[in-house]
Design a protein around this ligand. Sequence first.
Ligand code: NAD
Ligand code: ZN
Length: 342
Amino acid sequence: MRAWRLHTWGEAPELVEVPVPVPSGEQLLLRVEAAGLCHSDLHIMDAAPGQLPYELPFTLGHEVVGTVVAAGDAVRQPWLGRRVAVHGVWSCGRCRQCRRGRDNYCSELTGPIGNGIGYDGGLADYLLVPAARHLVPADDADPVALAPLTDAGLTAQHALRAAGTDLRGATVVVIGIGGLGHLALQLLARQEPVCVVGVDPRAEARALGLRLGADAVVASTADAAEWLEGGHHGSGADVVLDFVGAQETIDAAARILAPGGRVSVVGSAGGRLTVAKGGDLPRGWGFVAPFWGPHQDLADVVALARTGGVHARTETYTLAEAMTAYDRLRQGLVQGRAVVSS
Ligand code: NAD
Ligand code: ZN
């Protein structure tokens, strides 16, 4: 089968032929129908040797939807032939975090995380999944629209929940209207009444933001600060969802925060935050840096998609065209999510 494998840190992955895996025990084999391309893949490719706790080579692709085509003897339920979304945090299912439903913070996941993040992922013709508990059934869903929900949608959902604040009447600033941000806007549009300001330097991303229910869109965090100061809904943002995570955006998030406000930093662009009680931040500040999301949140997002409550905007590519799509993602040309579809 074909697979986009990362062989060298700091270099592009290569499309190579590898054997189709054979499932045993609790494992299942999926024929991949769709795989979303995430900005995190670019961070992984760009990583310096030793920066990430994963061994090379491995196959990229952590937003995967496929059909179960084979399973090991220990797989009990009739999964064969079913379309499934893969929950990519391959947690242990036994530790305290897993038992609390916080499986995205599984204490056993100290190295590789899951498909395409240290283990072989779904940017390939087939994907081996360790156990059925990492699957969410999605029989009648469109695989292309579904794939981005497994990370972009799930992470946006968890980031919003992790902010842990009452959203009624809140002003929310969403920084970055890309793969994750455009789904966050849709989740927020369901949380009436909330005032949402989207920030993105790209005009097409701002236009998408308006179509997805943002009350206002601006080109920079400085413009967002001005918009908030301009008497719109009082001072500051009650929630900032930062899907960029650069120094500039984290600094801006701290500056525009309202008293009691919460910042969810999701983007991995390397920004750092210095905090102190009684420092420059407003009273009652809270920052979280959520990671991906728990299995249950993926099930919730998939259920929401089934009723039309959230719908990923996608550009589709063949598996052979994945690098073209990654190049477009790097250049900031992708609208919504780029998805490889078989
Ligand atoms: P993306 O490239 O699809 O979207 C990023 C968007 O941010 C683009 O629209 C871009 O124009 C915009 N942008 C860039 N600089 C900006 C700035 N200074 N101000 C406002 N907008 C700006 O990326 P994505 O796939 O949505 O991922 C976003 C980030 O989230 C990445 O860093 C990714 O690695 C990270 N991520 C984190 C998790 C997690 O679990 N924490 C999960 C998935 C992705
Ligand atoms: Zn665990």
